[in-house]
Design a protein around this ligand. Sequence first.
Ligand code: NAD
Ligand code: GLY
Length: 351
Amino acid sequence: MQTIEVKTKSHPSTVYCGKGAVKQLDHILDGKDVFVVTDKNVYGLYKGFIAENFGGAPVCVLPAGERHKNRTSLFMILDKMLDARVRRNGTLVALGGGVVGDMAGLAASLYMRGVHAVQIPTTLLAQVDSSVGGKTAIDHRGVKNVIGTFYQPEYVVCDPMFLSTLPKRELKCGLGEIVKTGALDAEILDKLERNAERLFDLAFLEEITADCVRFKAGVVEKDECERSGLRKCLNMGHTTGHALELFYGRRSHGEYVLIGMLFESYIAEKLDICAHDHAEELRALIGRVLKRVPHFKNIADAARAALYDKKNQGKNEISLILPAKRGEFAELRLTDEKYVGYIEEIAGGII
Ligand code: NAD
Ligand code: GLY
């Protein structure tokens, strides 16, 4: 197990990463007034774990899935915290994937203006990305993550034991964020390429999780609240990914990140921001995870949903985080018409 410190200005976090990380819960939660948030699927699978580790703590079980990442679920958590008389020095434990983690993190930041938060990510995506760095959110009126806060958890406990119950599709989803991290860090990219045959292998995923967490910790320490622009790099592929996710739904967040990266790698290459060979190596990795890209009907309408992206600054301008040289990124701003034109053209060519 590795211990990774995230030294953010607002509040540092300690991430325990690897086999046996859950044993740290003994000292993390010792003497704490605990309130647990999870979802129905995780509760069904880990009832025994919850009873063993959280004793008689109140448990709020949310409906599972992105479509429940909304104000109804957020207020369900807040109401149950009030019912359970959680105090300001209470500790909210988020046990679940990124959906639970984002909503529970938001509730922890709002309830009595902030209680202690511990993230126990149970999906690969949440372990490599969403549980670290303090972004919390719900979706609202069809816009992803539009209501949220930056609120660092005190501890993050990433234990690979949770991955053993995860369907392959969810591993694929986590691999979306892993490949994204590879596009931002040449050493991680090299490791992914060396292990291209083992991408779904749990032993490999355990190793790469710690690398991704360490990379993300470094970015978040330098730009906790996405002010200097560095943290934006973590949104590579997300402008197009979020737009398609918003419009078409059904697939998981990580799959849309991969599809977004695929489209955006062509834009980067076309505009000479990324060399052909590097764009191709990224597309080869994406292809290994994704296998096939679905056919999207009315893709121009879907692409226009990118106008809601939080990175945009001008009214009709769309911001993209593109791969540049190996391990480097570039931000590009395009008018919506130009961006939609590129997406239509690429969709016509690759699908
Ligand atoms: P999720 O939380 O919906 O989990 C996926 C599915 O797996 C759910 O059905 C869940 O019930 C189930 N599940 C969870 N753990 C399981 C386990 N151990 N075994 C079997 N099933 C399990 O989705 P996700 O992919 O974890 O997270 C996606 C969310 O994360 C999106 O809302 C996205 O916006 C958010 N996100 C946030 C950040 C951030 O920095 N805060 C970063 C990336 C993504
Ligand atoms: N996943 C994007 C971020 O944490 O900033």
